[in-house]
Design a protein around this ligand. Sequence first.
Ligand code: AMP
Ligand code: MG
Length: 326
Amino acid sequence: MKTKVYSVDRWNPESDIISEAGKAIRDGALVAFPTETVYGLGANGLDDKAVRKIFAAKGRPVDNPLILHFASPEDVEQVAYVNERAKLLMDIFWPGPLTLVLPVKSIVPPSVTAGLGTVAVRMPSHPVAMAFIKAAGVPIAAPSANKSGRPSPTEASSVLADLGDAVDIILDGGATDVGLESTVIDVTDKVVVLLRAGGMPVERIEEVVGRVVLLPGEEKKKRSPGTRYRHYAPLIPLYLWKDDCDWLRPEVAGKRIGYIGMKEPLHPVEEKILFKTPEYYAHGLFSAFRVLEGRNIDIIIAEWPEEAGIGLALRDRLSRAAGLGK
Ligand code: AMP
Ligand code: MG
């Protein structure tokens, strides 16, 4: 079936388009939609067959569980056991780029959770996402709407380029805001554990729940399946500018360089995309990868940012895109 691409007003999503998308979800279709983080590839999160289509379309490993998206915190009770700490976090940070991992109820098909005893839940703040989830009337299972391993899409055109006919409807609400995925934390236990850095800075979560534990690499891979895989990678080799010596690496010598970062590059480059702040860097990182893929360059060099705030998530995406793991 040919993909329908609808341009949607971000602030006043057209109700006929939104109800068509909601009905398509109830009929088992795949709908890509904008959130404040990146574009999601959505299916009815309670329909095992529809959820499996997501994995097939993306080429996503089946042991990498999905996040369920809701239009209100109360609706989460249907799929998960919500403790007091989770309620407090929802109260303060939802709608927003924070995903909570909670004990799962049996209504959720194991294709969503990869058979774990937990489920990841989030309420996005993007008006198109909210209207669409409400219209669907079911939790929306949605990973990022890219082919597995590619940079996440921050624009509808990237969804179409990556997934094309595998998606039934694409809601084009313009460029996303944050540009990186949500922060994922496990709140099943007394200690809150960071499973994936993202759009919500850890410092802000710590103001509410006290210390958040960052897991060492191997432990994280066990508890956060998504971090096992190479991700976010541009088609052109990516190197990081952590130390000025990185510009002198043999892989860099004599190459046409595309540069991404906040500081001016240390040496002359063919193409450069500069950002004013870490937030703009996050907002533009994935689209910069895709833009540079279309340019006549051999390698990309990206600046390694400070760790504070959104910098922790930027570091995670950059190191995994460069194939360095973390
Ligand atoms: P994506 O949908 O590609 O943005 O990735 C979702 C992220 O949430 C991945 O890193 C998953 O491993 C993680 N995730 C989803 N569900 C769970 C869960 N039940 N336990 C731990 N991590 C989860
Ligand atoms: Mg993803």
